[in-house]
Design a protein around this ligand. Structure first.
Ligand SMILES: Cc1cc2nc3c(=O)[nH]c(=O)nc-3n(C[C@H](O)[C@H](O)[C@H](O)COP(=O)(O)OP(=O)(O)OC[C@H]3O[C@@H](n4cnc5c(N)ncnc54)[C@H](O)[C@@H]3O)c2cc1C
Length: 364
């Protein structure tokens, strides 16, 4: 059964859409907009490691979408999309209803990408429900025979999670291991950042297991493709991202990993009434899946939704070539890495704290 038709449907309360809500809301378009997201609380990923480390409470790093939408007269539906039928301009919802649109914008993030057939372990993604899984990890940590926790994934997220877990379980005798198929941590960042991280991991007692391509985990052992084994009581997955499976049946043009192919204006290459931003969008000039890009896309996305309503020409989104990455070591210090330069210090952590709280403040 079809619900009332809403002209603008925003799927996902991601980093780009919160800005779209704010900007289109300020323009007075709220009554035309419906935001759909499975939870009323949208996490800000930059502060998740701080939450794991015990620095931030749940409310500190979650945007309350119900309150944000209410401020601008936007309808919020707490459910998820299970399908899109572009031919009928309709989104299918887990609630069993469907929703018509004139313009659809998709910012649903990415899903964990695990080795084939892997069903065990605790995944960092989706971040929105990670706090529940963190409680499970806490419960495991209190059992007497829990000694090693392995974080799989050597990107910025994996490294930050490893440091944060180190801090969380500092009082318990739990070893933290960082595992991944690359030869060094954060292989995509500068040599200096990699060097600093390797040194700091040693100092913090985090064991690094490079070139360890995980293919299985059973009987408290991680198994690598080359046959090596590593004892671990539990694993936390912080591996690279995959796309939501329902997109495959949508008829939208996708890239080889299943992300929505968009042009420079963030508009779908196959459907002119559909936009995508954040991790789910596959740009003509690709960038890593990072919140910093989703955040920067928000204003352009909002502007292009507005322009397409009045049939004006759209604005291009130009992703930055060098971007700042701030890596928290969860001990009051952080590493700043940009271009080929990296620094480590307490002032970096304070700077990161200011950037993060400024972001959150905008949506309170
Ligand atoms: C531990 C960790 C730390 C990170 N730190 C950083 C960092 O410091 N800097 C950085 O740039 N990046 C960081 N990242 C990467 C960052 O999390 C992602 O790139 C970013 O969240 C992507 O934003 P997004 O808007 O695409 O989606 P998200 O922020 O993931 O939001 C997607 C939204 O869509 C909703 N949704 C999902 N499926 C559906 C559906 N079917 N229907 C409706 N709604 C749906 C979700 O509930 C969520 O609200 C980190 C990632 C992790 C795991």
């Amino acid at each position: 059964m079809a619900e009332d038709r809403f002209p603008i449907v925003l799927l996902g309360g991601g980093h780009a859409h919160v800005e779209v809500v704010r900007r289109l809301g300020i323009l007075g378009l709220g009554a035309q907009i419906t935001l759909v997201s499975p939870s009323r609380y949208a996490p800000y990923s930059g502060m998740l490691p701080g939450h794991i480390a015990g620095e931030y409470a749940f409310d500190d790093f979650h945007i309350d979408l119900v309150t944000l939408c209410a401020r601008f007269g936007i309808t919020f539906l707490e459910t998820s999309a299970t399908g899109i039928e572009p031919v009928h301009r309709r989104v299918l919802l887990a609630s069993g209803k469907d929703l018509g649109y004139r313009i659809l914008s998709i910012d649903i993030g990415s899903t964990p990408s695990l080795p084939e057939g892997m069903v065990t372990g605790i995944s960092v993604k989706p971040i929105a429900s990670f706090t529940d899984r963190l409680a499970r990890l806490d419960a495991l940590a209190t059992t007497g025979n829990f000694s090693t926790l392995a974080v799989v994934g050597q990107g910025v997220a994996g490294v930050e999670v490893a440091f944060a877990l180190r801090r969380r379980f500092a009082a318990r005798d739990i070893r933290i291991a960082l595992v991944g198929r690359a030869a060094e941590p954060v292989p995509e960042r500068s040599r200096r950042a990699r060097h600093l991280l390797e040194r700091e991991m040693k100092r913090a007692g985090i064991a690094h297991h490079p070139t360890f391509d995980v293919v299985a985990f059973h009987d408290a052992e991680l198994i690598a493709r080359d046959g090596r084994r590593l004892a671990a009581d539990e694993i936390v997955w912080a591996t690279s991202s995959g796309a939501s499976s329902f997109l495959r049946e949508s008829g939208l043009l996708l890239d080889e990993k299943g992300f929505i192919r968009v042009d420079q204006t963030l508009r779908s290459l196959s459907h002119t009434d559909i936009f995508a931003a954040g991790d789910v969008a596959s740009l003509p000039d690709p960038r890593p899946k990072a919140g910093v890009f989703a955040v920067r896309q928000g204003p352009v996305l909002a502007e292009n939704i507005r322009r397409s309503l009045v049939q004006e020409s759209l604005k291009p989104y130009r992703p930055q070539h060098g971007w700042l990455v701030l890596i928290s070591l969860a001990d009051g210090r952080a590493i700043a890495d940009k271009w080929d330069f990296a620094v480590l210090g307490r002032w970096v952590a304070r700077w990161k704290g200011r950037i993060d709280s400024r972001f959150m403040q905008r949506y309170r």
